[in-house]
Design a protein around this ligand. Structure first.
Ligand SMILES: [Zn+2]
Length: 240
């Protein structure tokens, strides 16, 4: 019966597409190279990360908050935003935080050519170097998405992909209490927490960050940068 074969074919294609979609979003797995969404460690350490900046709407307020709590964080910056706000990127660095690469344009790096992906990474590396970043630059894909090309490009560079295991979805809600409770429920030793400081004002994220820092400190946690967390977790530093 032809319709049966046809039906099986449609199911296989659908199954394949769902599999690819799940692979593109998986926080803890990719096909090539190293991916870290947290580290295995018993010590109460976590990395607080802020994506999509720098931007005048949130980054200065985040910096003031972190300085008040004496916490170092990691900022995964979008190259285009560094270009527009170089002095802000330099200020983040000067205040002792780590800067990471979050692509140049923040477009999804799936179903793209290797040269497009390489340019997205190298343009932003160059901008980060211009504002004074030395040493390893951790990379995080826009939307955390990857399939084949991005992991392959990163693995050729000997560079790990750093994602997150604590995702309060603060791009979708600015309810500070909800963001805080989602983070506190999901955090464990070695966690990497994802918040955002880019583009539109995010008063809920900033208020939540303060509450998260106070609660986790009260539970005995200390805050380290992504590179410090990977080192504590026994992850070898990136090549080159
Ligand atoms: Zn992002």
């Amino acid at each position: 019966m032809h319709w049966k074969r046809w039906g099986v074919g449609v199911l296989l294609v659908l199954g394949g597409l769902i599999g690819l979609w799940r692979l593109s979003n998986a926080r803890g797995f990719q096909l090539f190279g190293a991916l870290h969404h947290r580290v295995e460690i018993s010590e109460r350490v976590v990395a607080l990360t802020f994506d999509d900046g720098p931007g005048p709407a949130n980054t200065p307020a985040v910096l003031e908050l972190l300085s008040r709590h004496q916490v170092k964080a990691t900022f995964f910056m979008v190259g285009r935003n560094i270009e527009s706000h170089r002095e802000l990127a330099a200020r983040v660095l000067a205040e002792g935080h780590q800067l990471g690469n979050h692509s140049y344009s923040h477009e999804r790096l799936v179903l793209r050519s290797p040269s497009f992906v390489e340019q997205e990474i190298s343009r932003t590396d160059a901008l980060l170097r211009e504002v004074g970043v030395r040493g390893d630059i951790p990379f995080r894909a826009p939307f955390g998405k990857k399939l084949f090309v991005l992991p392959w490009v990163l693995s050729r560079q000997g560079r790990p992909h750093v994602t997150f295991d604590v995702v309060p979805d603060d791009h979708a809600t600015q309810d500070a209490a909800l963001i805080t409770s989602r983070v506190l429920e999901a955090t464990q030793p070695g966690s990497i927490i994802l918040l955002h400081d880019g583009w539109a004002p995010k008063p809920g994220s900033i208020e939540a960050a303060g509450r998260i820092i106070e609660s986790l400190k009260a539970q005995g946690y200390r805050f380290v940068t992504v590179s410090e967390l990977l080192a504590l977790g026994g992850v070898a530093p990136a090549r080159g």
